[in-house]
Design a protein around this ligand. Sequence first.
Ligand code: SF4
Length: 79
Amino acid sequence: MPKYKVIYDKITCIGAASCVAVAPKFWELVGDKAILKGAKFNEQTKKFELIVDLPEDIKLNLDAEAVCPVAAIKVEKLE
Ligand code: SF4
């Protein structure tokens, strides 16, 4: 089963909470920013990363990516 990496740029997030609305399993608003639950911070890219592989989890994060108004969320397929 292909894995996907969810990449979240917290600096860009404006706290619109659209991601939380479509995928509360993964996204939560804390203060004026979203957090990606369980994600690890990548010191090199300064972004948060989470690997997902279940189809429903991939779909939830693709939905979050689609609704984010500032493109703070990217979902990439891993080889
Ligand atoms: S939809 Fe985008 S801007 Fe809004 S809270 Fe989520 S990551 Fe932040």
